[in-house]
Design a protein around this ligand. Structure first.
Ligand code: CAA
Length: 283
């Protein structure tokens, strides 16, 4: 199966990054979101990154125009009927994702593969919303998408070998390295990463250290590119909380309980970089 037209649902920080790497690989892209201002913001972000690439001499102005020319924006899900492959990168909210998959299942051709960029919701649960569970798969990119080399590819119980191969090959086409994970809560990446971030929030909650001290210890002591609280602000504290809740619910194990301070920040609207405030302030 050859993928020519690639759909992305959600133009937020993950969605616009996925749209960018897909367009850079030569695919025609449809980037969809629920509001015009969201798709425009996503497109502006892509334009900004590509312009920096031109300034740095990593691409020519013509290549930038060609990449942008391959991205069509959309606020109507019906436009996805033209796609051979769709990745959903909407907010990490189960009912919202379920509705998108129910709708895509009706809109898209029966041949179209429907992938989710979910960071922790079981793929089998998402696939069950459709009449094509063999064509549903997890394609989990890391943030920031244009920079991070990994794509976690998650097979649901019913995912076919063909769906898996197309997804694996697409990840390579996008310049990424795929790694296979089974369909368990949090898959591999977030099962390991998120408890570490949650523990860093507990360290702050218990007064073990300031945010700066916690991040410095992990950055310089463990050679991580950024400290866990800075990383949580980048990922979004709402997303971190949603993932911890999925792990806690999925494994029924108290070692995954979300830190009350994380919940408190999310309830206050302190969601990290995207809201201007998380463990740090962003102007
Ligand atoms: N979009 C595009 N490019 C970006 C970018 C972004 N948001 N942020 C940084 N870059 C680029 C910069 O332009 C720069 O490019 P050049 O090499 O061409 O100059 C390069 O990345 C390095 O950036 P900086 O020099 O500004 O900063 P850095 O060296 O600290 O790198 C980083 C930034 C790549 C984000 C690095 O700090 C890092 O790897 N952090 C950890 C990120 C991480 O762990 N991500 C996974 C999160 S978990 C996840 O996503 C899964 C989930 O489900 C929650």
């Amino acid at each position: 199966m050859e993928v020519k037209t690639f759909g992305v649902i959600g133009a937020g920080q993950m969605g616009n990054g996925i749209a960018q790497v897909a367009a850079m690989s030569g695919l025609q892209v449809i980037m969809n979101d629920i509001k015009e201002e969201f798709v425009q913001r996503g497109l502006n972000n892509i334009t900004g990154i590509l312009s920096k690439n031109v300034e740095k001499g990593k691409m020519t102005a013509e290549e930038k125009s060609a990449v942008l020319g391959r991205i069509k924006t959309s606020v109507n899900l019906q436009d996805l009927e033209a796609a051979d492959y769709v990745v959903e990168a909407a907010t990490e909210n189960q009912p919202i994702k379920f509705k998108i998959f129910q709708d895509l299942d009706k809109i898209c051709s029966p041949e179209t593969i429907l992938a989710s960029n979910t960071s922790s919701i079981p793929i089998g649960r998402i696939a069950a919303q459709t009449k094509r569970p063999e064509k549903v798969i997890g394609m989990h990119f890391m943030n920031p998408v244009p920079v991070m080399k990994l794509v976690e590819v998650i097979r649901g119980l019913a995912t076919s070998d063909e769906t898996f191969k197309v997804t694996w090959d697409l990840s390579i086409k996008f310049g990424k390295t795929p790694a296979e994970s089974s369909d368990f809560p949090g898959f591999i990446a977030n099962r390991i990463l998120m408890p570490m971030i949650n523990e860093a929030v507990y360290a702050l909650y218990h007064g073990v250290g300031t945010p700066e001290a916690i991040d410095t210890v992990m950055k310089l002591g463990m050679n991580h590119p950024m400290g866990p609280l800075t990383l949580a602000d980048l990922i979004g504290l709402d997303t971190c909380l949603a993932i911890m809740e999925t792990l806690y619910e999925g494994f029924c194990d108290s070692k995954y309980r979300p830190c009350p301070l994380l919940r408190k920040y999310v309830e206050a609207g302190w969601l990290g970089r995207k809201s201007g405030r998380g463990f740090y302030e962003y102007k």
